[in-house]
Write a protein of this length. Sequence first.
Length: 289
Amino acid sequence: MTTQTEHRTPTNGSADRGGTLLTSVQMARFVASGSLRLDAVVPAEMNAEALSVLEAGLPSVAYGTPLPQAYAPGSFPRRLLELPRVAGALRSLVGVEPTVDHHAVHIREPHNGEAQPLHADAIIDVRPDAFDVQLMYYPQQVTLDMGGTLSVPGSHLRRTNESDTGRYQNLRGQDRLVCPAGTVVFLHHGLWHGGRRNDSDIRRYMYKIRFNPTQRQRLLWDHSDLHDPRVRAELDAHFPWYEQATGRLERYHRVLLWRELTADPTFDLDHWVTRVTNRPADRPEVPSA
C-alpha cells in the first residue's frame, strides 16, 4: 500500500463541500498501485474512542444506502468520514454522495493462527469505466507481529474472481501493512489482499467500508497538476511480481482507466493502447488513386 504524504487544498474551485482533494500525481499513483494510504490521519482521541465503538459493534447498513443517510450526524463513522483528508480523498475517488455498499468490523484475536487467503472482494468485476473503493481504518498502531493487511500493489486490474488467487502464498513486492495508529487506507475493489494472522498479545481492530460511486469518476480531484511529468512516471510504475509481458498488460489497463478518468482518449504509454484500439474500418474511406 502506497503511503501518501503530499496533499494540498484544491485550486480549481472544487472544494465546495470541504476536504483536501487528491492531486493528479496521487491519483496516478492510485491507478498504478491500487491503493492510497493516509498515515495517522485520525486524531488520537478518536482512535481511543474507536476501540470501544468497534468492540461494541456498529448497526448494519443496507446495501446501497446513500452516504448522507448511512450514518447519523455525530456518529463515529460520520465523524471519521468528515475528517478533511479522508473526505477529500473519498470525494476524489468516488465523487459526492456515493452509496455505502456495506461495512464491517474486523477483529483479530491475539495469537490467532489463521490468515485469510489472498483474494479480491466480491465477484469478478469487469467494469472498465468505474470502480468501487474500500476504506480500511486502523485505530491502533499495527506492528509486524500484529499481522495487519497484506496486499499486492498493482494487482487490482488483473481480472480474478474472489479467492482465485488464494493458492498463492507469497508474491514478490507484496506489502504487509505496518502503520501508526489512525491510518486510513483506500483500496481499489480489485486489489488482491488478505488479513494476516495476529502473533502479538494485542487484539487487533480494523473497520472497513465499501463505497459505490453514483457519478462518473472523471476529474473529481484537484487536477491543476494534470500535466506534471510525475503523473506519467507514476502510471508507468513497475511492480516486482510482474513478468515482462504481464507488466505490459497491467500498464495497458492503467492507460484505459486513466483515459476514462481524465476524458483524454489520446493518452498512452509506449503506444500500446493506441495500437490495439486502432480501427481502420471506422475511418472514412480514402478514395483510391
